[in-house]
Design a protein around this ligand. Structure first.
Ligand SMILES: Cc1cc2nc3c(=O)[nH]c(=O)nc-3n(C[C@H](O)[C@H](O)[C@H](O)COP(=O)(O)OP(=O)(O)OC[C@H]3O[C@@H](n4cnc5c(N)ncnc54)[C@H](O)[C@@H]3O)c2cc1C
Length: 454
């Protein structure tokens, strides 16, 4: 049986970053990916990775550090994530993004012009088109340049472990049904969470059981299932990233930047129903609770220009999802929303912007210009993007048993590991997903290589 020093399950951002870190330690690594072309949730994402104290920030005179970033993450999750892990990941975020950019050619730009809910600093780093597909292209190219072995169409269906939980290898199933066993000194689970497993979503996140899953279908919770069999502890299994702005029926993500720059969401009655600035994750449920389970993003031409930075948004524009109207009356006709109620909602927003009234949902309207014609609108729904609960890990990304001890040679990161978002939907701070994938993934790669090399 072929044996790899480090074996990685899953070739998304986490698996590929981990593999790059292993190669940096001079060890061979084999990545196993179920799809014939690796994509994962990473390719579906906007490719935005939060990182602090980077050279990209310094050029723009943005003062940021691990303490500020960790505080943002912990404020959003109400202090419910592992504080030490959050700080460790925040501390290594800047060097990881710079390493991916400078040593591996990932084309990061600092995304400025708006802040996501809960971010107190501009710290999102993304490829020029703001797509995870570009991130995947860059990571796959880097993996090729580093001569990383990647086996595609290779679904891992089982792990072999001794009674102590030491993993000896895995069984891989090929599309034709034939199987192959591969040994390993260390194993990294980078096969994301269980968003693609309806039964597990129903069990752990019942509120999202019937919601649209907008992530990668192949993320079926294998890491959690295997880890549990080995006695691993699970954490925050009800945590998830939702999103309250997916174009209906087009199924295209409409960036939350529109809301942060002054846009609002209204329901079929033309009325706002929430504080849009709390976060897009919890907004998934808020939208699903509206009549018809839909809402309308309402904004204007100024904000539309910001949206055009995003490839997904341009796609939505091309698909006819974005409506433009010269007046509120025309907007009412185009959307079938009651123009009078819509007009009243906009008038109230103007009052709040001028500090003549306050928002019953708690949003501060005074920091952005009021909406002006031409108005824009997109019909949107709420969706489950990915799960945030998973295998409990320590600061070396080692998987822990329920008694807190380490399993002998098992590592997890990205969506396979317990995330940084505490519980439920509201703890998710924008970027927590890829942050855990690339930073914890890099940690996992380094630690697994060090253990395999002993
Ligand atoms: C629409 C959308 C937008 C998002 N935008 C952002 C964003 O801008 N910023 C951010 O931080 N996060 C974002 N996220 C979340 C982010 O995409 C994920 O948190 C991140 O990609 C997880 O990376 P990963 O490598 O752990 O998982 P993935 O990228 O999903 O990779 C896991 C891989 O494992 C493979 N796999 C699964 N099971 C097996 C098996 N048994 N055998 C072999 N292979 C297997 C899968 O096929 C997949 O390729 C978004 C998510 C969605 C859905």
């Amino acid at each position: 049986m072929f044996t790899a020093p480090v074996l990685i399950v899953g070739a998304g951002a986490c698996g590929l970053t981990a593999a790059l870190a292993v190669r940096q330690q001079g060890l061979d690594v084999l990545v196993l990916e179920r799809d014939d072309r690796p994509s994962g949730n990473t390719a579906l994402s906007s490719g935005m990775i939060p990182a602090c104290d980077t050279r990209f920030q310094r050029v723009k005179h943005i003062v940021d550090n691990a303490a500020i970033m960790a505080a943002d993450i912990q404020n959003k999750n109400k202090g419910l994530a592992n504080r030490d892990l959050v700080f460790e990941v925040a501390s290594l975020s800047g060097s990881t993004v710079e390493w991916l950019a400078d040593s591996h050619g990932v084309p990061f730009e600092l995304v400025d012009g708006f802040l996501y809910p809960g971010h107190t600093r501009v710290r999102m780093h993304a490829p020029p088109g703001r797509t995870g597909a570009e991130l995947m292209v860059a990571l796959l190219r880097a993996a090729r340049n580093q001569a990383i072995d990647l086996m595609t169409s290779a679904r891992v269906v089982d792990l072999f472990a001794d009674r102590d939980g030491r993993v000896a290898g895995v069984r891989v199933e090929r599309p034709g049904g034939e199987t192959e066993d591969i040994g390993c000194a260390t194993l990294i689970l980078a096969c994301n969470g269980f968003g693609g497993n309806r039964r597990m979503v129903r069990e752990y996140i019942p509120e999202m059981a019937d919601a649209t899953y907008f992530g990668h279908a192949g993320n079926t919770g294998d890491a959690v299932l295997w880890g549990t069999q080995l006695g691993a502890a699970l954490g925050d299994m009800d945590a998830y990233q939702g999103h309250g702005s997916v174009a209906v029926p087009h199924g295209i993500l409409i960036t939350w930047a529109l809301m942060m720059e002054g846009g609002i969401q209204v329901n079929a009655a033309g009325q706002r129903f929430s504080n849009e600035h709390q976060g897009y994750s919890e907004q998934a449920m808020a939208v699903l609770q509206q009549p018809g389970q839909v809402a309308w993003d309402i904004y204007d031409g100024r904000i539309h220009e910001l949206g055009m930075q995003f490839e997904d948004y341009r796609l939505a524009q091309g698909a006819g999802a974005i409506l433009t109207a010269r007046s509120v009356e025309e907007l009412g006709k185009m959307t079938n929303l009651p123009a009078e109620a819509l007009s009243e909602t906009l008038r109230h927003c103007e009052e709040m912007a001028g500090n003549l009234a306050s928002d019953s949902f708690g949003r501060d309207f005074s920091t952005k210009p009021t909406l002006q014609p031409p108005y824009c609108a997109v019909r949107v729904g709420g969706a489950l993007f990915h799960t945030q609960g998973g295998l409990n890990v320590d600061l070396d990304a080692r998987v822990l048993r329920t008694d807190g001890t380490r399993l002998p040679n098992l590592f997890a990161a990205g969506g396979a590991a317990r995330g940084l978002s505490g519980t439920g939907a509201a703890g998710y701070l924008s970027g927590n997903g890829l942050l855990s994938a690339v930073v914890l993934g890099r940690i996992a790669g380094k630690s697994a290589a060090a253990l395999a090399d002993k």
